[in-house]
Structures are given as structure tokens and as C-alpha cells.
Design a protein around this ligand. Structure first.
Ligand SMILES: Cc1ncc(COP(=O)(O)O)c(C=O)c1O
Length: 445
């Protein structure tokens, strides 16, 4: 199809945005291929449900069960009560914020959450987004005809935004600040004290703070105060202006199911989101997620304190308190054990790959800089390639050497060649991918 010369474009702002153009260029390369099945080492996206990082059998069993019993009708637009209850329980582990079922609404994944929240504001609103960022965040703002205000962060701040930088950009039209926590592509958390400042500032200015927490898993970073592990969330996270968004796409690898949630202590926000909900969430993963989150919650509470067998016992003892009778019977100790070991093994494997990739980057002379990830499974690193990250991406792609994501598609200026490497892959893929990258850089810098 060709676009006629005088035909009005529906998304003029999208077409002009540099990050969207770069993201589109990258994605045009893999639009028509199945990235999970290519022979070329693929370090573009992690695939959590591949053999190396399987999701618990409990989940697949429940999904199949649900289809077989044909329970695939509609459910409440905000999601069922029991599920919102277990999500609030899980969230209260990260921080004792007293979240309850009324603070939560289910979405079709995180991106739907972000789009729905941005839709709540009027069209002329300004949204502050820090760069580098995941391109689809920018799309969410621009497709709502909002005004995008970007702030390029600094390498010395690990590409994280500061309260001071935000302060300079806030004006009377600012509706919200949208941040990714931990960041994508930089995989760094905004530290607790700084986040506290950002919440305080935005609250004072009457501005919302939207936090995309989809990467908040496989965590390696804990703040220690007096040698005690502390929650990363600050006390004022429950302020009226904070809207947190998450999904099961990354931590569980269930992106295909489009299942996420928004959490906020602001009843007006939750009510408005309910009113503007576009269709009911799919009921398919309900039970699978419900049982899994029940297990995962207890695992998170005790994983750094108790032996796994003891955790299994505690979960089994608590199941009548949380689950309906039928599920208590179904969830045998053996099933709990398998699920816990599945989570544990994935974490161990992910950590091993993380450390392996980091070590290879440290030792290679073509890698000039890198950001040590706090969580998730992305590493942002700077290569010595002189023609910019987009050119590097294309060269590596065309020569079938390795697939990586160029920094320019996250908004990093291309006078430096930063790239994002995703390491949620089989070890062999990471090894071959890095070797091919290094060999190419040896010859081309
Ligand atoms: C920061 C960020 N937000 C949102 C998403 C999309 O999440 P979901 O599949 O839950 O819509 C991604 C996916 O890569 C992401 O990196």
C-alpha cells in the first residue's frame, strides 16, 4: 500500500520522534522472522519460557485446566477480587504499604497500563520521560497527543534521573513523570532516597509519578542500612500521586498472555481507570497466577532467611488460609517444592549468566564502559565502534553475527555506540553472541 501525498497522517508526532524512528528501523529487521528460532545468537530479547528458563509446571497445568473446563467467559473489568487480594499481599511484601484489593486493577500487560493511565489526562498535558527509555513509553505519550518532555540523563548517574533534573522541567502543564524502575535499558534502580525526593517533589507540584516496574525481578541489588536489608520503596510510595504498573511478562515470561496490573493508593485513579477500561482482562491465567503468587510471596519473604524445605512447610501450612478448599487439596507439598525449585533454579541460572556476561565485558578491550545491572536481564554497554550503535546493529545483523539492540533506539545519542545486551538466554547463545561481537569489534573500530 502506498500513502498518497496529501493523505493526512494520523500520528504526525510519532513519525517525527527520533527514538520511534530508530525503534521502528530496528524492528523492521525482525518483523517477519521468529526471533526465538533464529540460528544467529539473539541477544535482543530474553525468552523466559525457553527450556533454560521454564515457567513452573503449575502454571501450564492451570492454563490447560482452564481451557479444558471452558471457563473462558467474561470477568469483572477490574479483575476478580481474589486475584487483586493476592496481588496486594505480594506488593505488601516489597513494602508494608497496606495495599488492598481496592488499590489494584488488572490490565492487558504493563503497556496497556501505561496507555490507560496517560489517557486519563487531557490532550495538552505534558509528560516528562527520562532518557534512555524503552521506546514504547514514548509511543504511549505521543499517541495520546500528549506533549513529550524528555530529559537526557548522565552516565555518571548510571543513566538514572534525579529530582533536581525533574524540578527544572516541571511547569503548570506537567501532568506526570513516567519512569521505569529499574530502568530499561540501564537495569538500575533509582535509589530509595532519590525516589523519595522525586515523589515529594512531584506531590508538592501536583504532578503524578507513573512507575513502570515490569523489570523488577531477578534482583541483585539491595540497599543495606546498618547491615540490614531494606525495602527499595520509600515510605511516601503510597502518596496520592504515585501510580505503579507491573505485569507478569518479564518475571514469569508470560508476555503472550497480556496480563498485568496497576496499583495506587489513590481511589480516584483506580475508579477512573475502571471507568475507562477497554474490555475485560482475560480470565485464562487467573488461577495459575493466583496460586503462583501465593507461593512466590512466601518465597520472597523467607528466601534470604530460611532453608528451602522450611519455606515449603510454611507455604503448605498457610495454604488453607489463602486458597479455596479445592486448591488446598491440589497443591500438594510435592507441587510446592517443584514450584519453589523452579523459581530458585531460574534465579541461580540468571545470576550465572549475568556474571558470565559481565566478566566477558570487563575483560574485552573493545568494551569501553558498561552499567552493572541491579535487576532484570539487560546490560547496557559502550563499544568502541566509531559509526554509532544503529550502524553496529545493522552490520552485526547483516553478517548474521549477533542480534543486539542499539542505544539510539532508547534515546542515547549515537556519537557513542552504546548497545543493550539481553542475557536471559542459553549459555551457548550468550557465549557465541559475545564472541561474535568481540571479533567484529576487533576488526572494525
Ligand atoms: C520498560 C518496559 N515496560 C513495558 C514493557 C512491556 O510490558 P508488557 O508485556 O507487560 O506490556 C516492556 C517490555 O519489554 C518494558 O521493557
Amino acid at each position: 500500500m502506498t500513502i498518497k501525498k496529501n493523505q493526512k497522517m494520523f500520528f504526525p508526532k510519532l513519525k517525527k520522534n527520533k527514538i520511534i524512528i530508530a525503534q521502528d528501523e530496528v524492528e523492521s529487521y525482525f518483523r517477519n522472522i521468529d526471533l526465538s528460532k533464529t540460528k544467529t545468537p539473539n541477544l535482543i530479547r530474553g525468552y523466559l519460557n525457553q527450556n533454560e528458563f521454564p515457567f513452573p509446571k503449575l502454571i501450564s497445568d492451570y492454563l490447560i485446566k482452564k481451557i479444558k473446563s471452558k471457563e473462558l467467559g467474561y470477568q469483572p473489568r477490574i479483575g476478580p477480587k481474589h486475584l487483586r487480594e493476592i496481588i496486594s499481599f505480594y506488593e505488601n511484601i516489597k513494602f508494608p504499604a497496606n495495599y488492598d484489593k481496592n488499590d489494584i486493577i488488572l490490565t492487558h500487560g504493563s503497556l496497556d497500563g501505561i496507555e490507560r493511565v496517560t489517557q486519563l489526562f487531557n490532550r495538552k498535558s505534558e509528560f516528562i520521560v527520562s532518557l534512555p527509555t524503552y521506546g514504547d513509553i514514548i509511543k504511549s505519550v505521543l499517541t495520546k497527543k500528549g506533549k513529550l518532555v524528555t530529559i537526557l540523563t548522565k552516565r555518571q548517574d548510571n543513566f538514572n534521573i534525579t529530582a533536581n533534573a525533574i524540578k527544572e522541567k516541571i511547569n503548570k502543564n506537567t501532568a506526570a513523570v513516567i519512569l521505569i524502575q529499574p530502568g530499561n535499558p540501564n537495569s538500575k534502580y533509582i535509589k530509595k532516597a532519590e525516589l523519595e525526593k522525586i515523589i515529594k517533589l512531584t506531590k508538592e507540584k501536583g504532578v503524578y509519578l507513573i512507575l513502570d516496574e515490569v523489570g523488577d525481578n531477578f534482583k541483585y541489588y539491595y540497599e543495606k542500612i546498618n547491615n540490614k536489608l531494606h525495602f527499595w520503596l520509600p515510605r511516601n510510595i503510597t502518596s496520592w500521586n504515585v501510580i505503579r504498573i507491573n505485569s507478569f511478562s518479564k518475571g514469569l515470561g508470560l508476555a503472550a498472555l497480556r496480563y498485568g496490573y496497576i496499583i495506587s493508593k489513590n481511589p480516584l485513579i483506580i475508579k477512573a481507570l475502571g471507568l475507562f477500561s477497554k474490555g475485560n482482562p482475560t480470565p485464562l491465567p487467573n488461577e495459575a497466577i493466583y496460586i503462583f503468587l501465593f507461593i512466590k510471596s512466601f518465597y520472597e519473604i523467607y528466601k534470604n532467611k530460611l532453608d528451602i524445605n522450611l519455606i515449603i512447610k510454611i507455604i503448605s501450612k498457610n495454604s488453607p488460609k489463602f486458597l479455596i478448599k479445592k486448591d488446598v487439596k491440589y497443591l500438594t507439598k510435592r507441587k510446592i517444592k517443584k514450584t519453589i525449585y523452579n523459581i530458585y533454579n531460574n534465579e541461580i541460572k540468571m545470576k550465572k549468566e549475568r556474571n558470565y556476561v559481565l566478566k566477558k565485558l570487563v575483560l574485552n578491550k573493545n568494551i569501553l564502559d558498561f552499567i552493572e545491572p541491579d535487576a532484570s536481564y539487560n546490560i547496557l554497554c559502550k563499544t568502541n565502534y566509531s559509526k554509532g550503535s544503529m550502524e553496529l546493529f545493522k552490520e552485526l545483523w547483516d553478517k548474521n553475527l549477533v542480534y543486539i539492540y542499539p542505544g539510539i533506539a532508547f534515546g542515547i545519542p549515537d556519537n557513542e555506540s552504546w548497545i543493550r545486551i539481553t542475557y536471559a538466554n542459553p549459555h551457548e547463545v550468550n557465549r557465541e553472541g559475545l564472541n561474535n561481537l568481540f571479533k567484529f569489534l576487533d576488526k572494525n573500530n
